[in-house]
Each structure stands twice: as structure tokens, then as C-alpha cells.
Design a protein around this ligand. Structure first.
Ligand code: ADP
Ligand code: MG
Ligand code: MG
Length: 209
């Protein structure tokens, strides 16, 4: 079970994490993009943290919908609408709920990833967020099906996310700005795959304590 308080802690922790990792993400984006992924994510989740108290007494659907709208209006670039879709799908799955079972969290993550795929039309191996999200959430589902606890399942999720984040390094980008570089995009870790890893890592850290 994951409670609303934990979800709120996770979303707040993201403001801190993206603030701390701002330069790291910007350096990654400088190599194969336009050097703004760190500031985009940091600005977006800073605003989310500001707005959260106004919806903290609402259901999880409303909370995730607010996150989605906030990211769409403040992040910009490719990642704003993509993370906006992620949290919009999450909000539909969480509508009317105050907490999520491990299965419900799995459904939410799976649906949210489908939102990113529908919006961005990326396939596995295109060197995007999808390369982390799809295998990581698949690992979560597999772990829950084997009756792992949420903590154990999220630990495996984050381990997979980290591996797959590093596995984006040799890939040639097929979507987004990095694809303009063609083969020269190989040899660099994808910024969006990295922010996805950070989002999942913050979720694990929230349920651990
Ligand atoms: P922009 O490229 O517009 O400056 P960001 O720098 O914030 O936006 O985000 C770039 C990241 O967005 C990339 O590293 C990649 O992971 C992700 N991305 C770009 N296009 C797509 C897409 N079509 N599907 C999934 N992810 C994508
Ligand atoms: Mg960029
Ligand atoms: Mg940009």
C-alpha cells in the first residue's frame, strides 16, 4: 500500500532531486540537445511543490492532474508535454483514490508510460525516456506478480532503470532533438532517460522511509 502522504512526499522530493541534479541533466542535454533539460525539470517541479499544498486535501486523481497541468505549463520543450501525459494518465487511474495498492500502483505506472508512448511515438531503442520507463515498469509488474512487497518491487524497478539509463549511451537517437545529430548522438547518456530514473529513484526512497 502507498498512501497519499507518501505520494505527496514523492512529488516534493522531486523538486529537491531536480534542483540537486540540475547541472548534471543540463550537461547531458548540452552534449546531444540544447542544454535545458536540467532547468526545465527543476523549474517544473519547483512549481509543482509550490502548488501541492493547494490540492493536498484532494484525491490522488486531482493531485496528479494538477501535477500534469503544472508541468505542461512550466516545463516546455519535448519533456513538458511528455511528463504532462505521464501524470495525466496517472490521474485517470488514481481518480477518487486516497491510497494505492501495489497492483494499483503498477496499473498507474503502466498507464502513465502508455501516455508517454502515445504522445511521443517513440519505440524502444530510440534513446528516449521510453528506454527506461518500459523495462523498469515491466520489472515492477513482474515483481508484484511474484508477490514482492512494494519496496522490493520498486528496488528492482530502480535497479533496472539505472541499467537501462546507462544502456542509452551507445544508442543513436531516433526521436527528439538528439536525433538531429544522427550517429553523433551515440556515446552520450540520454537526458530524459536520466530524469525518468531520478523520478523512480525518488519514489523508492519515499516508500523506504
Ligand atoms: P527539448 O529537447 O525540447 O529541449 P528536454 O531537453 O526537456 O526538451 O527533453 C529532452 C528529452 O526528451 C530527451 O532526452 C528524450 O529523453 C525526451 N524525448 C524527446 N522526444 C521524445 C519522444 N518523442 N518520446 C519520448 N521521449 C522523448
Ligand atoms: Mg533540451
Ligand atoms: Mg529545449
Amino acid at each position: 500500500m502507498i498512501t497519499k502522504d507518501q505520494i505527496l512526499q514523492w512529488l516534493e522530493a522531486l523538486a529537491k532531486s531536480f534542483n540537486e541534479n540540475k547541472d548534471y541533466l543540463t550537461e547531458l542535454d548540452a552534449a546531444i540537445g540544447d542544454a535545458d533539460h536540467g532547468s526545465n525539470m527543476s523549474r517544473g517541479f519547483h512549481k509543482v511543490r509550490e502548488i501541492l499544498p493547494t490540492v493536498a486535501d484532494q484525491d490522488l486523481g486531482t493531485i496528479f492532474k494538477t501535477v500534469s497541468m503544472t508541468l505542461i505549463s512550466t516545463v516546455g520543450g519535448a519533456s513538458g508535454p511528455l511528463y504532462g501525459s505521464f501524470f495525466l494518465k496517472a490521474s485517470a487511474t488514481a481518480a477518487g483514490k486516497e491510497q494505492l495498492t501495489s497492483e494499483e500502483l503498477g496499473n498507474l505506472l503502466q498507464t502513465a508510460v502508455q501516455g508517454v508512448i502515445q504522445r511521443g511515438k517513440a519505440s524502444l531503442g530510440d534513446k528516449t525516456m521510453i528506454d527506461v520507463l518500459v523495462p523498469a515498469v515491466g520489472r515492477y509488474q513482474e515483481a508484484i506478480a511474484r508477490e514482492d512487497t512494494i519496496q522490493e518491487a520498486l528496488f528492482k524497478t530502480v535497479t533496472t532503470a539505472e541499467t537501462e539509463m546507462k544502456n542509452t549511451i551507445p544508442l543513436v537517437a531516433k526521436k527528439g532533438r538528439a536525433s538531429y545529430l544522427g550517429p553523433r548522438s551515440a556515446g552520450h547518456q540520454d537526458p530524459g532517460a536520466t530524469s525518468c530514473y531520478l523520478i523512480l529513484k525518488a519514489l523508492l526512497e519515499t516508500v523506504k522511509d
